[in-house]
Ligand binder design. Structure first.
Ligand SMILES: Cc1cc2nc3c(=O)[nH]c(=O)nc-3n(C[C@H](O)[C@H](O)[C@H](O)COP(=O)(O)OP(=O)(O)OC[C@H]3O[C@@H](n4cnc5c(N)ncnc54)[C@H](O)[C@@H]3O)c2cc1C
Length: 412
């Protein structure tokens, strides 16, 4: 394993960091002020996107881009520290066209899309002109078990006809969202690897209704929405990949989504630690800066240890993905999903404590981070499902003869 970054990645890290400090961070207050009044991004976002692209800071998280597609073609490991820089603010990755849910959707369109689908949907995504959404979760079934998904996709003539209800579909209520990738059942008799397919449903198709936004803990997260599909008809050419391959495509998509979410969360954790450290030096209680109390010191030091551990595990996962070792990366992806979500939750919780009442207010990014970390333990597969996967991947073998480790009379 070698975590030495390439010259290309180092140069981009420096450029991105400068751009973040000079152009993005100073606009954070204006961003929040505009969003709280209008609910949409301020006009300066488009100006920032143009400038980011001019500087070569565009589509940084897509290693498999073709030569004629815009982007940097960085490896996953090269991208990891860049994603962490973007993760310092929840909206920064949009400036570089590196945001969820669009990037994982680009990945599966690139891998599984037909030439027509790429022209119609991938090309505008790569230009940062549209949003898209991935609709799997359903309110009426336990969706952590993908086999439960029951939205029906049936053939009728040359079309597919779709009926179902989805919720928490990130991006679906964004004003620029143009299409949904809908997961549903094409073969009710098929086993778990053959039941589901994914079809493209353009926004505006008759029968598709965006019912309501679904905020998490009262906060909008990436324009998540509940939606209903009633007799929605799309041509068969809107099938993504093979019929019955929906589960496999969804897993391929979630791999990327999980790794990127983890990478961005590292940046948010770093900001929380920096804010805690600043507060520790400036806030005085009982005649001294609170940073002189051992508990505050410990909270900051332990946060740094945990963040460093999580970061190295994320780097290892990115490196494994780059090595093309999909089997090993599967285990590591589950590990980072759990480790980063827990680390993020723990650090955000400590930040609330260090800041006292201010940590519970919306005057700092802490309360948003606290809820972001909490939902991270649910989306991209709840922690429990990953722990179960990890248990199953743990080999049931002891090095050597187990009886030599056990010093009593009884065996395992
Ligand atoms: C902010 C946010 C954004 C999201 N974005 C999207 C999106 O864009 N597209 C999309 O399709 N979905 C999205 N989701 C939905 C998310 O993927 C699902 O909520 C998740 O898969 C869990 O499904 P569920 O909510 O139905 O929980 P359930 O399946 O009902 O599970 C509930 C709980 O049961 C327990 N549990 C389940 N399985 C096991 C097990 N094997 N072992 C032990 N315990 C278990 C866990 O504690 C779990 O949290 C989003 C969710 C949130 C909060």
């Amino acid at each position: 394993m070698n975590f030495r970054f390439s010259d290309k990645s180092l140069a981009l890290q420096e450029g991105l960091d400068q751009f973040f400090r000079a152009e993005i961070l100073p606009r954070n207050r204006d961003w929040h002020a505009h969003v709280s009044v209008h609910g949409t991004a301020p006009p300066f976002l488009e100006v920032l996107k143009v400038e980011a692209r001019r500087r070569g800071l565009w589509n940084l998280g897509l290693p498999d881009l073709k030569d004629d597609q815009p982007g940097t073609r960085l490896t996953n490991l090269e991208f990891a520290p860049l994603a962490a820089i973007m993760g310092r603010l929840p909206w920064a990755s949009i400036v570089f066209n590196c945001n969820a849910p669009n990037v994982p959707n680009m990945e599966i369109l690139e891998k599984f899309g037909s030439a027509d689908q790429k022209r119609q949907w991938l090309a505008p995504l790569l230009e940062g002109k549209v949003w898209t959404a991935f609709g799997m979760t359903e309110p009426d079934v336990a969706s952590s078990d993908a086999r439960n998904i029951r939205t029906s996709i049936r053939k009728e003539g040359g079309d597919y006809v779709i009926d179902g209800r989805k919720w928490y579909i990130s991006g679906a209520s964004h004003p620029d969202c143009k299409m949904l990738l809908v997961v549903g059942v094409t073969d009710p008799e098929g086993g778990s690897g053959a039941r589901h397919s994914i079809v493209i449903v353009p926004i505006g198709t008759p029968g598709l209704e965006i019912v309501r936004p679904v905020p998490a803990f009262g906060r909008d997260r990436e324009f998540a929405a509940e939606l209903v599909l009633r007799n929605v008809r799309v041509p068969r050419s809107n099938l993504l990949g093979e019929e019955g391959a929906g589960f496999a495509i969804g897993q391929a998509r979630l791999g990327v989504a999980r790794v990127h979410h983890c990478m961005r969360s590292l940046g948010s954790c770093d900001v929380l630690i920096q804010l805690m450290r600043g507060r520790a030096a400036n806030r005085r209680a009982f005649g001294r800066p609170i940073g002189e109390f051992a508990n505050i010191q410990d909270m900051i030091a332990v946060s740094r240890i945990e963040l460093e551990q999580a970061k190295l595990l994320v780097y290892k996962t990115a490196w494994l993905l780059d090595e093309g070792d999909a089997g090993a990366a599967r285990r590591e992806i589950s590990m980072i999903k759990v480790a980063v979500a827990r680390t993020y939750s723990a650090i955000a919780d400590r930040a609330v404590q260090v800041f006292g009442a201010m940590g519970a207010s919306d005057d700092t990014p802490i309360s948003a981070a606290y809820t972001a970390a909490r939902v991270m333990r649910i989306y991209d597969g709840p922690d429990e499902v990953h722990l179960r996967t990890l248990y199953r991947l743990e080999p049931n073998e002891v090095v050597g003869d187990s009886s030599h480790y056990l010093l009593g009379e009884r065996g395992l």
